[in-house]
Design a protein around this ligand. Structure first.
Ligand SMILES: [Zn+2]
Length: 208
């Protein structure tokens, strides 16, 4: 009988493989893996932008018109397609900060990393489940704290803030992982998403 892995075990296998790629390219502190999901719709002419409010230690995700994009915004999250041409990755989120010069942003040489990650995701039919994100130290989270995303579906705004650490509970999902450099731990969840109060819970997870 074939060994059937449950979703969580399969996630671990995929993350483990991607960790190998990140180690090879020495980019474990630059990129992480995220769960692809959405809370609300937006059009082709709109973009999702994460605004860093460092004075309040929180980030808000807001929908902007594509034409409102400024030089203080960098791509910070990407989804892969199965195509093998140069458009195999595309941004799904932008990050806005006044200190743009401090951001270790995507460079063309990283395409090689992206390509190898895409191949792993493709192999496991994970192209719609996992994406890649740029690690920016936007929020300070102590060991006894966790970051959680809350979304107002009506106004299409998500807010990521810092809360006391509590055990994983019903209604929240791990959505961003930093692949740990330690041997035993594959990934550290950098963000929980609280979706229990959403009008359209089924929209949340693209989890197949
Ligand atoms: Zn979410």
């Amino acid at each position: 009988m074939d060994l059937v892995l449950d979703k969580e075990e399969l996630d671990t296998v995929v993350l483990q493989k991607i960790k190998g790629i990140f180690k090879k390219y020495n980019c474990i502190n630059k990129y992480g893996i995220c769960l692809l999901h959405k809370h609300f719709d937006f059009s082709d002419r709109e973009i999702l932008v994460a605004f860093n409010h460092s004075d309040k230690n929180r980030v808000t995700l807001e929908v902007l018109s594509e034409s409102d994009r400024t030089l203080t915004m960098v791509e910070c999250m990407w989804k892969f397609s199965s195509s093998s041409d140069e458009s195999f990755y595309y941004p799904v989120q932008w990050y806005c900060t006044e200190n743009i010069q401090n951001i270790n942003e995507f460079i063309s040489g990283d395409v090689e990393i992206f390509n190898e990650v895409k191949e792993v995701l493709k192999e496991y039919s994970y192209l719609d489940r996992f994406g890649i994100y740029l690690i920016v130290d936007d929020i300070l989270v102590r060991n006894d704290e966790m970051s959680v995303e809350y979304t107002d579906v009506e106004s299409r705004i998500s807010e990521i803030g810092v809360y006391p650490l509590r055990s994983k509970e019903e209604g929240s999902l791990e959505t961003r992982w930093k692949l740990s450099d330690s041997v035993r731990v594959v990934a550290i969840c950098r963000l929980y998403c609280n979706y229990e109060n959403y009008a359209h819970v089924q929209r949340h997870a693209t989890v197949n």
